[in-house]
Ligand binder design. Sequence first.
Ligand SMILES: C[S@@+](CC[C@H](N)C(=O)[O-])C[C@H]1O[C@@H](n2cnc3c(N)ncnc32)[C@H](O)[C@@H]1O
Length: 192
Amino acid sequence: MRRFVIVGQTATASDAFLLDDLAGTSGRLDVLVRCVRAALLYSHGVRRDVIVYLVLLGGPRAPRALRFDGRAAKFLRPDERSLATLVKKTLAREDLGSGFVEGRHGVAIASGGVDVLLADCEGATVYAMEEGAPDIRDAELDADAVYFIGDHIGLAPVPGAQSLSVGPVSLHSEDVVAIVSNEIDRRLPASK
Ligand SMILES: C[S@@+](CC[C@H](N)C(=O)[O-])C[C@H]1O[C@@H](n2cnc3c(N)ncnc32)[C@H](O)[C@@H]1O
């Protein structure tokens, strides 16, 4: 499985945000939601070989993590509002124990941050996507790697990760997801 981790340093871990003003009321959860679309959805389809994790470090319930699993994803629509609605419903859950708790349509939630998802990804190669790092085009990629990407603020150091860049310009997070996906698509066949 190809895995993306988007770390939201201010993105709210609570459901107390307005769908009508997602960017203004959620600590920029909008950035993360767009990454979910870029990672999981292609034109008229869902990538079944992709998992996306959102790490939510903002607001009173932080830290929490969400997991979107392409193998189980259903009824995902590409517009930001419908993805934000799914996130809001999932964040309303309070019955969390240890590890991920499965919700509807392939979306799971856990209490905890990067630690909880790294337990989920044990043994995988971990990459941190960073401006100025060695070019992804010169790297050997494997199908089961984990790619960490920052939000509008940036990405804090990821222990044990190799740094990679997607070129000389600092891009929006969802564009980095799209470029990494494209690099992998060109080199590694998708598992159906
Ligand atoms: C909008 S950028 C962060 C900008 C932030 N102001 C900073 O200086 O770090 C969002 C994230 O996308 C990733 N990113 C952006 N441009 C990149 C590039 N050229 N190569 C690799 N990753 C990149 C990084 O993970 C970054 O944290």
